[in-house]
Design a binder for this molecule. Structure first.
Ligand SMILES: [Zn+2]
Length: 493
């Protein structure tokens, strides 16, 4: 394994001097031409300081009235009557549950207009006093919301989560990298729980800004109940790269028979298990239990490369063409051990999975096809790479206007992008308007131009929790979250 350092631009130049480093594994055997350079395994970036934020847990106050016994009986009868009638109304149960149930869920996720629209679309709405009361309550909740500045929103990210720490920390050459840049499942669960308890609410980048057809970008108004703090969540490299096999990570995401997205996982004994073995299903389950953790049902955004496919599916063209000088040792081993591999089928399953995820509040960003640093790759390299992402990734996950740079790299310093920047012009011409680098030194870093939105991300991994617990104290208590099974010290970068 070799490790490389790279200076990250915006962390270092504005406030606080901050060295942002990146480390990635380079454990692929065959290399030697430019094609091979893409097969460096991943990873990324970071560093620095931060503090901030007070939160107030807020609870809605609801009217509780003393009702005389007679009134109570009458109210119950009316409720029963309206329930029976609601059930018999045409379309009332579509979308799983009565209109009232669906409206309640939408309102819990701060989509008050959506909730009111569901109720008002019901044929029996004006005659149903229970529905009208519900609508009034939702209207009051809506009116009590306050705007949150979209340029003060933090953004956190994870890599693929470690399921089995014995396998990940088994002393091989990849152990140190995992220890630095990965997060374990128990850590992730505790972090989500604590974020939720502290009043954080997951929002999409597209809740903060709106890129228009003509390339301009405007900020959006974000309304939340007082005391709630919006936060963006991303996850990088959800490809389940070949090199991770046998190291205690999930193998892929797939849609199960209930239509839910779950992971396939092979445990240490070789048993195939399905369940919540990475962030996507884990968070889906969490939001099912706590719908108010998600704004309008939005969950997170996955930053995907393409060189070994996406979401655990080997969908890149090289798995089809098997071009001699492009096939890596890992890929050759994959072909040797999967003689029945069917590229078309792989593509279909990946597409089904991605579309189920989109429906369920997930979005996708480019992490560049080859996990490249655009400034190192240069204009031609970036153009070729973007073309590949658009040809072999976008058809599966959909077009995106979000670029989440690999290595915490960027295409410029902390000053706003200008049109003198040819890398920026190139990415703009390819439809990108939202750009994310890494800077964990501050709770949030957002820069808004007339045609771009930039937001820095904070890594929540072994390195950060071990060396800078104070930098995440606004989000969670790193000392209680930190997984005791990590080998110590977490190696320095
Ligand atoms: Zn990455």
């Amino acid at each position: 394994m070799s490790r490389r350092r790279s200076e990250h631009r915006f962390g270092s130049e504005h406030r606080k001097r901050a060295t942002v480093q990146s480390a990635f594994f380079s454990c692929c055997a065959k290399r030697g031409n430019t094609e091979k350079n893409r097969d460096r395994r991943d990873y990324r970036d970071h560093r620095d300081r931060g503090d901030r934020n007070s939160y107030r847990k807020q609870a809605f106050s609801r009217d509780l009235r003393l009702i005389p016994a007679f009134g109570l009986v009458l109210a119950l009868s009316l409720l029963l009557f309206s329930l029976i009638r609601d059930r018999s109304l045409p379309g009332a149960r579509k979308g799983g549950g009565s209109a009232a149930v669906r409206a309640e869920l939408l309102a819990k996720q701060y989509d008050y207009d959506g909730a009111l629209a569901v109720l008002q679309a019901e044929p029996g709405f004006s005659e149903s006093s229970s529905m009208r009361r519900l609508a009034e309550r939702i209207q009051r909740e809506k009116e009590s919301c306050v705007p949150y500045p979209p340029d003060q929103v933090p953004h956190i990210f994870f890599h693929t989560l470690i399921v089995d720490t014995d396998l990940a920390f088994d002393g091989d050459s990849k152990q140190d990298g995992y220890n630095q840049v990965m997060t374990t499942i128990p850590e992730c669960r505790s972090i989500l729980e604590e974020l939720y308890q502290r009043g954080y609410v997951l929002v999409s980048l597209h809740d903060l800004c709106e890129p228009a057809q003509d390339g301009t970008v405007r900020l959006k108004e974000l309304l939340l109940p007082e005391g709630k703090t919006p936060i963006v969540l991303s996850q990088d490299d959800v490809s389940y790269y070949h090199y991770m096999e046998g190291d205690g990570f999930a193998r892929k995401l797939f849609v199960n028979s209930d239509g839910k997205v779950k992971n396939l996982y092979l445990d240490a004994k070789g048993q195939t298990l399905t369940g919540d073995y990475d962030l996507v299903p884990l968070l889906d389950s969490f939001v099912e239990k706590h719908p108010d953790f998600s704004y309008h049902g939005h969950k997170g955004i996955l930053a995907l490369t393409g060189y070994e496919g996406v979401l655990g599916y080997r969908t890149d063209e090289v798995y089809l063409t098997r071009e001699q000088d492009r096939v890596t040792a890992y890929q050759q081993q994959f072909f040797d051990t999967h003689p029945d591999f069917d590229w078309q089928k792989e593509l279909e399953e990946a597409s089904q999975t991605a579309s189920a995820m989109r429906e369920n509040g997930w979005e996708f960003a480019s992490h560049t096809w080859g996990h490249i640093n655009p400034e190192r790759a240069g204009l031609e390299g970036l153009r070729r790479d973007t073309q590949r992402w658009k040809t072999y990734v976008a058809p599966i996950v959909g077009e995106t206007d979000v670029m989440i740079f690999a290595f915490g790299a960027d295409i410029g310093g902390y000053m706003p992008y200008t049109h003198d920047n040819e890398l920026f012009n190139e990415l703009k011409s390819q439809g990108f308007s939202i750009f994310c680098g890494v800077d964990a030194s501050v709770p949030y870093w957002v820069q808004v131009g007339s045609d771009f939105f930039r937001q820095a991300r904070r890594n929540l991994d072994g390195y950060r929790m071990y060396y800078n617990p104070e930098l995440v104290s606004d989000l969670f208590d790193a000392r209680s979250v930190f997984d005791k099974s990590r080998p110590l010290p977490v190696p320095e970068m």
